[in-house]
Design a protein around this ligand. Structure first.
Ligand code: SAH
Ligand code: SF4
Length: 353
């Protein structure tokens, strides 16, 4: 299943997140014409080439010189699970041996890929598998892009990726530069050409980076993982919530809306007997009145070794109704891929065991 270039990728520069001008410069350094950059970009992003060898409008000599310096794909697919609801999860291994997950979620009208931005996560939310062992390292911009291409390979030749959600392993805004460089590549009309409105970045709430993202002029959908309507409860669930208040987050979300015109998505993972009471639903409704937002409720996917449970469907429905009666725009999300280590971080942990 390994489709990476045959050459040892260790010393090779990966081209997936190189900008057109960087690629042109690199080609000029090899004594090549700059239009070759566009040919290479077209091969990788439009014609799905996986190695320089396939780029048949380049001379054999150039293809071999490119392969000596650069790589296209880096990852090995070391596990693949297909869920009964057609969700597909890939476990990718990078050249340093680390692994991350990406998930393809097909539905009638779209194919969404969920991608990771870090190996592990530095935040360590109490209910989440991804942060149990802390952060190992950031993913590079090209490794973030590569996940979308790997998921696209599962859709081709008849279909392609339509939406990207940055909700896999890691806190994307704690790896801001690489995540943003990847998103620009994913958004670029000459590359993956996925509109910024079809890209969602989920964050645990890093205020300076949320403001920075608002200023990028990209109209990306921002999802805020709130999970609790009071600072006290939120701080029990999310260690990094100690450095911010919900009031500041609301203000930041309003700023994001003003700058981008995009309504905020509030994510709220329902944990049985922890944050799923009608009282808390009402408190959440109060917050919703203070900003332009859509609420996504998600029933928790239990993680082995963590002391949280999935609430009954009825409790979740009640929570939703309470919010809806108070005028909130709210949806209960289906948990996809429950039978394939649904929550991110779980497949990776199981394989490591
Ligand atoms: N670090 C970012 C993005 C990755 S997590 C963030 O926290 O927003 C993406 C979403 O999945 C978050 O809302 C997170 O709280 C949620 N999540 C994590 N573990 C989960 C689980 N076991 N069941 C359901 N949702 C989970
Ligand atoms: Fe990290 Fe998000 Fe998991 Fe929290 S929920 S540990 S921020 S991946």
């Amino acid at each position: 299943m390994d489709n990476s270039d045959d050459n040892s990728p260790n010393q090779l520069t990966n081209i997936l997140a190189m900008s057109e001008s960087q690629l042109k410069e690199a080609l000029a350094g090899m004594g090549e014409k700059s239009y070759r950059a566009n040919q290479i970009i077209e091969w990788v992003f439009q014609k799905n080439a996986q190695s320089f060898e396939e780029m048949t409008n380049l001379s054999k000599d150039l293809r071999s010189r490119l392969a000596d310096r650069f790589s296209v794909f880096e990852s090995k697919i070391i596990a693949k699970q297909v869920s009964s609801d057609n969700t597909e999860k890939l476990l990718l291994q990078w050249k340093d041996g680390q692994t991350t997950e990406c998930v393809l979620i097909p539905s009638d009208d779209r194919r969404t890929v969920c991608i990771s931005t870090q190996v592990g996560c530095p935040v360590g939310c109490a209910f989440c598998a991804s942060g149990i062992d802390g952060l190992t390292r950031n993913l590079t911009a090209e490794q973030i892009v590569e996940q979308v291409l790997r998921a696209r390979q599962l859709c081709l030749p008849h279909k392609t990726i339509t939406n990207v959600v940055v909700m896999g392993l890691g806190e994307p805004l704690a790896n801001y530069q690489n995540t943003l460089a990847a998103l620009r590549t994913i958004n670029d009309p000459k590359k993956l050409n996925i509109g910024s409105r079809k890209i969602t970045v989920s964050t645990v709430g890093l205020i300076p980076q949320m403001k920075q993202l608002a200023a990028e002029n990209m109209q990306i959908t921002l999802a805020l993982s709130l999970h609790a309507p009071t600072d006290e409860l939120r701080r029990q669930l999310i260690p990094w919530a100690k450095s911010s208040t919900i009031a500041d987050l609301v203000e930041t979300c309003n700023y994001y809306f003003q700058q981008t015109g995009r309504e905020i998505t509030i994510e709220y993972v329902l944990l049985k007997n922890v944050n799923d009471s009608p009282v808390l639903a009402n408190k959440l409704a109060d917050l919703c009145h203070k900003m332009r937002c859509n609420v996504n409720l998600i029933r928790y996917n239990p993680v082995e070794s963590l002391p949280y449970d999935r609430p009954e469907a009825e409790t979740a429905q009640q929570f939703l109704e309470t919010l809806r009666k108070r005028g909130a725009n709210v949806h209960l999300r289906k948990s996809r891929g429950m039978d394939i280590d649904g929550a991110c971080g779980q497949l990776r942990r199981r394989m490591a065991d």
